[in-house]
Design a binder for this molecule. Sequence first.
Ligand code: PLP
Length: 498
Amino acid sequence: MMYVSTRDKKNMVTAAQAITHGLANDGGLFIPQGTPKFSIETIKSMINKSYLDRAVMVLSGFLTDFTEDELKQAVTSAYTPEKFGEVPVPLVQLGNNTAVLELWHGPTSAFKDMALQLLPYLLTMSLTKTGETSKIVILVATSGDTGKAALEGFANVAGTQIIVFYPSEGVSDIQKRQMITQEGNNVNVFGIEGNFDDAQTGVKEIFSKASIRETLHKNGFIFSSANSMNWGRLAPQIVYYFSAYVDAVKAKKIRLGEAINFVVPTGNFGDILAGYYAKLMGLPVGKLICASNNNNVLTDFINTGKYDKNREFYKTTSPSMDILVSSNLERLLYLVSDENDVKTKERMDALKTSGIYEITEAERNAIQEDFFGAWVDEIEVKESIKRVYDDYKYLMDTHTSVGYRALIKYRMLTNDAAYSVVLSTASPFKFSDAVLSALETSERIKGEPFEILHKLADKTGEEIPQRMLELETAPILHDVVIKAADMENTVLDSLVKD
Ligand SMILES: *Cc1c(COP(=O)(O)O)cnc(C)c1O
């Protein structure tokens, strides 16, 4: 299967090239030409397979220039019991027709690990396949979780250097601590004065600037991306939709073939796009519920067909979703416009110059067939954390709570009672202060981050992830904060030759 740029179909590459480069030179995103199809029999055959074997099946459909053995080796190295526990993605039942898919049992306690533990293996193999000998510079803009997960995945990986930019005042205390304590001989971490969109825009600009690419090339470096703009990041996320489905069948919660809904706390639209791909592949999915926080640009887009980022940016208790420009939406626009690269480019150009674009009614209707948009305010986030804890003794983080509450809204508006899976994207301990203040129905909880972490554990009896406990005493290694305008120079200054 070949991949093309969403902004120029003539720009065609293999999966290994798409993974190596991350982003197309024309600024577009690589997207597979077509979708592998799984029959119900194939899906049935997954029921008694391990997560690793399910992953190999799904990935083989997309990464056709990788052998099954290579994929097996990659997933076996990535999803070890040491890093993910015995069950990498548990499906936890909440009542009869709702379940939570816990995607945060990896080393950084966020769902990003599902892809970013695997990506370095896929990338290293891709380099061999493409004959690329330059050192890969992974540039990351992060709203909190991608940064740490990418650092953890790429630290000390030979032939790579990783540079992470995070909004210095826009991530949780634990997220920040995770990043600024990162060890590794090939890692750089910078705070920027600005929000996530500033960081992401900066990274995209560096990527698409020919002059920087040339400078890098001459010096033996090339850029790649660990953001969900990289297909190698997206493909591993398709796996857990299948895995959740067959686990629900196995637990006799649904019949094989029955359509179920997935609720996805959404920021950059990567995770939910992976769900859409699962549906395109033949997984019986009803609606994909796109859950947003106060930054509800996607809810409006799904409802009206008009994307308008010219609006106030809110800092919320679910910072990984504080995003106004959702990069992966570009892939959906490409798909629903009948793979129209010219139209997609026009829309992305309009987004850049005016902050607005609008799709046709037919395209909007097509999107509404598969997606439902709902947004959740800060009071509702807290209420739902408390209610779910009181009712089920189940502790959700703030992002998962956005998803859960969006599902409640969806059910009220539609009366659709289908079995629904809420993707749980982070450990509640990652956002301890917001979670604890929700349980104690107080305003903001005060205190040192680690004091709050322990308080939450004491109150709930839940266990703090070991890796998070270790942060308390880890030395701070990266404390530089720069202006967003200085990102380009910072990158050039940071490059290290081996
Ligand atoms: C990244 C992230 C999201 C949003 O995922 P996207 O793929 O960017 O839509 C939601 N929740 C958490 C905890 C995250 O880290």
